[in-house]
Design a protein around this ligand. Structure first.
Ligand SMILES: O=C(O)CCC(=O)C(=O)O
Ligand SMILES: [Fe+2]
Length: 236
């Protein structure tokens, strides 16, 4: 169902967080470089955003390759880049810059987060939908990633787990160290310190499972730009 072009994301899509919830998320983020934001989306918000993703996914591209600038880690997934989202989805663009959302990210991050100018990478859609699909090891170019789940595997046994290791010296430490592994549900989100935390999504283990996320990148006014080839390889 297409949205009228004046359709606005609103607080209707986002569940309120209490002061205590935000303080706990801030503490977790400070320690782990990761904080879950369970139930970030309201049930209605999840329904509308999932419908929006279904509408957009026809324009997404299948990607199957290894990324040389990220230790040849695999990408088996379908993606839609920020420039395509900007053209086709006023709803997602508005949600990306939504003041309530930016306020929440800033509170959990512990510093004012601002939107990323790069049209390709600022907001992207990632879909894992075949057995074996995976988003391999990497770090992001920008300091903060807000990942919002629109579809998620039912069980941790289905794969699609986020694995992350804060302040990792190298991507190889995801194999040699003891990364955290986390399962999320549709409507959940998490904030990641994504430029210094090695992370990846484990392969889907069976057919019929889908994992669809929005990744919203944020930065700060003082963050030094760090540009790799990764976004161009995955989203252009
Ligand atoms: O899907 C996820 O949980 C991680 C997404 C991610 O790391 C990215 O898009 O850079
Ligand atoms: Fe990432």
């Amino acid at each position: 169902m297409p949205y009228p072009s004046d359709r606005k994301a609103s607080s209707m899509h986002l569940a309120p967080h209490t002061v205590e919830q935000k303080a706990a998320a801030r503490l977790r983020f400070e320690t782990d470089g990761y904080s879950p934001l369970p139930g970030l989306l309201t049930p209605d918000g999840l329904g509308e955003l999932r419908a929006e993703a279904q509408r957009l996914v026809d324009r997404a591209r299948r990607r199957d390759f290894t990324m040389s600038c990220m230790d040849d880690s695999p990408r088996h997934m379908t993606t839609l880049g920020g420039h395509d989202i900007a053209r086709d989805s006023p709803l997602l663009c508005e949600l990306y810059g939504n003041p309530s959302l930016l306020g929440l990210v800033s509170e959990v991050a512990g510093e004012p987060a601002v939107t990323v100018p790069d049209p390709l990478e600022r907001h992207v859609l990632n879909v894992l939908h075949r057995q074996g699909d995976t988003h391999g090891a990497h770090t992001d170019d920008y300091p903060y990633a807000l990942v919002i789940f629109l579809e998620a595997p039912q069980s941790p046994d289905d794969g699609g787990l986020l694995q992350y290791l804060p302040r990792a010296g190298s991507l190889a430490e995801l194999d040699t160290g003891q990364p955290h592994s986390v399962h999320h549900r549709a409507g959940d989100a998490y904030l990641l310190r994504s430029d210094t935390t090695a992370h990846r999504v484990t392969p889907l283990t069976r057919p019929g499972v889908r994992r669809t996320v929005l990744n919203f990148a944020y930065t700060t006014r003082s963050a030094a730009p760090r540009r790799t080839q990764s976004a161009r390889e995955l989203y252009s």
